[in-house]
Structure formats: structure tokens, C-alpha cells
Design a binder for this molecule. Sequence first.
Ligand code: FEO
Length: 170
Amino acid sequence: MLSQKLQDAFNEQINKELYSEYLYLSMAAYCYEMDLDGFANFFMVQTQEEHFHAMKMFNFVTDCDGRVILKKIDSPPVEFKSVTELFEKTLEHERFVTKSINELMDIAVKENDHASASFLKWFVDEQVEEESTDKKILSKLKLVEGNGYGLLMIDQELAARVFTPPAATA
Ligand code: FEO
């Protein structure tokens, strides 16, 4: 059984995960418009991951006899200057999500809610991976400095990304 405070915090986090899905879908749309289908694929896979994150929390709250309260999802930005800016914004957003997950973990620990803390550990680890992936792509983009050939190489690399439901590999 979740405390009211923890249930509220989980519901806030579900909203952030769904907003993340929306944000990356908007970024994918921008990439498709630029005919950078590999970059678009990266963000389409990311939207699937974010949906998975939201549903993983949805199911946990439900399993704990809690109540999921869905909130309004804000509109994501739609205009971007470059794919480099996309990854700057992505990294910034993931750092924000990491902070939020850490705050959620802090509440679980403070309340001695071992089930929630154990559940949230997966998200703590996931954020390390997400930030690392984004940082590496951003470094490559900075390295090629908008060079067309370099961009196409990164586009090709990102075209290979596929969504693998983490639960199936855990
Ligand atoms: Fe659900 Fe990208 O963190």
C-alpha cells in the first residue's frame, strides 16, 4: 500500500514519462521533415521506451492497490534549430527526469517503503544509461559540426536502433 504522498509523486512521474513520450514524438516529426529518417527512428524508439516507463509505473501503482490519476500532458516544443539542438534538449530533459526519479526514491527511502525503493532502482539505473547514450550522440554531433557527410553517417547509425522491451531482457 502506497502512502498518499508517494502515490501523488508516482502520478506526477507518470505524467513526466508521458510528456517525455510526447516530446520525443515531436522531435521525431521534426527529423522526418528534415528527411533524417535515422534520427527520426532514434526518437521513435525513444517514444516507445518512454511509454514503457509510464506503463511500468502505472502497473506498479495499480499492483500496490494505489490509484493512477492521469493529468494533462503539456504541448512539447515543435521548432528546433538543428539535430544538435535536439540532443542538447534531450540531455537537459533526461537530467531533469533523473532529478525527479531521485526525489521519488528519496520519498520511498524516507517512508521506509522497501517495495517502492526496490522498484525505483530500475529507473535510477535506466537514467544512467539514457544520459550516457544522449551524451555520446551529442559529442559525435559536436565533432562533425554540421558537416553533411558526418551527419549522414550518424543518421545511418541511428537507423539501426530498435526497441527491445526491457522486461523481456531483464
Ligand atoms: Fe523515462 Fe527518458 O526517462
